[in-house]
Design a protein around this ligand. Structure first.
Ligand code: NAP
Length: 246
C-alpha cells in the first residue's frame, strides 16, 4: 500500500488515463476525488473502485470551479496530498485553419487549467504530512512537432516548462512537481487515434517496443511519482512511450 490514507485529486479522472490513474491510486490505498465536467457515466465508471473513489464536478477552465473543488476535498478529507492535473483536450487541423474557439479551448483546458489547479491546491498540498505532490499531464507531442496538432503540442510544451518552473518555486514548501509524458496509449484519445488508419500507420513504426502502451503502465508511473518512491524526483518529465523515435 504505497499511498495508504493519502488524498488525491485527479482531474479528468472519470475516463481514459485519469480513470486508470484513479484505479491505480485506490489499489495503493489512496482516497481519490475524480473531477470532471460530465457527471453522466462518471459515477458508474467509478463504482468498481469502491467507496474510496468519488466524483466531484469541476471545469478546470474556471478558477472558481477549481477552488470550490479543492476546498471541498480538503474540508471532507482533512487535506490534499496529491494533485494529478490530467484533464486535457485536443483539436486537430492545420494552425491557420483552426477556429479561434478551438485554439482557446485547448489553451484554457491544458495550460490555464493546470495553472488554476496548482494555485488552488498548493495551500492544501503544503500542509501534507506525506509531502505534497503535483503530477501534470504532458504528452510525447509536447516535445515533438506534429503537423495538425499545433494547439496540443504548444500547450503540452508549456505544461512541461511551467511544471519545471514551479518545481523550483514549490520545493521549499515541501511540494514536488513532475510531468508524465505518455506516448501512444491504448486508452482515451490514444484509442481513438489508433482507429484512424492514416495516422496510426504513420506513427506505429516509430514505437521501438512495437505496441501501444496501456493505461495501467501510465498509472504505475503516476503511483511511482506520488508515493515515497518519488520523494527525490522534482522537475522531471517521465516519458512512458515505449521508446518513441521521432
Ligand atoms: N490517451 C493517450 O494516448 C494520451 C497520450 C499522451 C497524453 N495524454 C494526456 O492524458 C490526459 C488524459 O487524456 P485521455 O486520453 O485520458 O483523454 P479523455 O479520455 O478524453 O479524458 C479526458 C478527461 O478530462 C476531462 N476534461 C476535459 N476537459 C475538462 C475540463 N474543462 N474540466 C474538467 N475536466 C475536463 C474529461 O471529462 P469531461 O469531458 O466530462 O469534463 C475526461 O475525464 C490528457 O491531458 C492528454 O493530453 C493522453
Amino acid at each position: 500500500m504505497k499511498l495508504k490514507g493519502r488524498v488525491a485529486v485527479v482531474t479528468g479522472g472519470t475516463r481514459g488515463l485519469g480513470l486508470r490513474i484513479a484505479e491505480g491510486f485506490v489499489a495503493e490505498g489512496a482516497y481519490v476525488v475524480a473531477a470532471a465536467r460530465g457527471e453522466e457515466g462518471a459515477r458508474e465508471a467509478l463504482e468498481p473502485l469502491g467507496e474510496r473513489a468519488v466524483f466531484h464536478r469541476v471545469d478546470v477552465r474556471d478558477p472558481e470551479s477549481v477552488r470550490t473543488l479543492t476546498d471541498a476535498v480538503a474540508e471532507a478529507y482533512g487535506g490534499i496530498d496529491i494533485l494529478v492535473a490530467n484533464a486535457g483536450v485536443s483539436r486537430s487541423g492545420p494552425a491557420v485553419g483552426l477556429a479561434g474557439a478551438d485554439w482557446a479551448d485547448v489553451v484554457d483546458t491544458n495550460l490555464n487549467g493546470l495553472f488554476h489547479c496548482v494555485r488552488a491546491a498548493v495551500p492544501h498540498l503544503e500542509r501534507s504530512r506525506a509531502g505534497g505532490r503535483i503530477i501534470a499531464m504532458s504528452s510525447a507531442l509536447g516535445s515533438r512537432p506534429t503537423p495538425g496538432a499545433s494547439s496540443y503540442c504548444a500547450t503540452k510544451a508549456a505544461v512541461e516548462m511551467f511544471s519545471k518552473v514551479i518545481a523550483l518555486e514549490l520545493a521549499p514548501r515541501g511540494i514536488t512537481v513532475n510531468c508524465l509524458s505518455p506516448g501512444f496509449i491504448d486508452e482515451g484519445m490514444g484509442k481513438l487515434l489508433k482507429r484512424n488508419e492514416a495516422v496510426w500507420s504513420k506513427y506505429a513504426p516509430k514505437i521501438s517496443l512495437g505496441r501501444m502502451g496501456s493505461g495501467a503502465e501510465v498509472a504505475d508511473a503516476a503511483v511511482y511519482l506520488a508515493a515515497d518512491s518519488g520523494s527525490y524526483v522534482n522537475g522531471h518529465v517521465l516519458e512512458i512511450n515505449g521508446g518513441l523515435g521521432w
